[in-house]
Write a protein that binds this ligand. Sequence first.
Ligand code: IDP
Ligand code: MG
Length: 161
Amino acid sequence: MAIEQTLVLIKPDGFKRGLTGLVIDRLDQAGLELIGAKMVGVTEKLAKEHYKDLADKPFFPNLIRYIRGEFHDLKANQVLALVYQGEGAIALTRKVAGATNPEQADPHSIRGSFGRVTTQGQFENVLHASGNAADAEREVKLWFKPEELVSAARAATNGKH
Ligand code: IDP
Ligand code: MG
């Protein structure tokens, strides 16, 4: 299996409910390597670009509000963006995360254990995990500069530091 990189976001519900450490721990336990991490203020532009494939869905406007922290009283810079690397990292991260709808997710997955469907029908599912290789490549580039990733930094200094 190929070494892949994948984007994980701790969504505002996960951040607000104190699940950041649990998500990182589960991904560590799965054997994934953390190669990038930063707190990000999610602008409307970034949110819409990230979710552009869902722009025609009825839940899109609320999805943009959700990822920007508007339902969780979050200030700026409160989404934690992470990049994980490893063999089959994309599918492995999706498995640890669980299915999109928390009500249908494996109860042992993060979303199955801690996600919820709100009375407005929004899926609050704790984390984002890239869906496939094309999405992962696009999303890692959208959220991180190459030099913000450990592997790139290591290559750039040629092992001298
Ligand atoms: P994913 O996050 O598992 O890849 P996507 O289909 O890419 O799922 O949808 C992105 C996000 O949009 C989901 O994580 C969830 O927060 C929200 N979402 C997806 N489908 C629905 C829906 O049918 N109702 C409400 N929210 C949804
Ligand atoms: Mg997706």
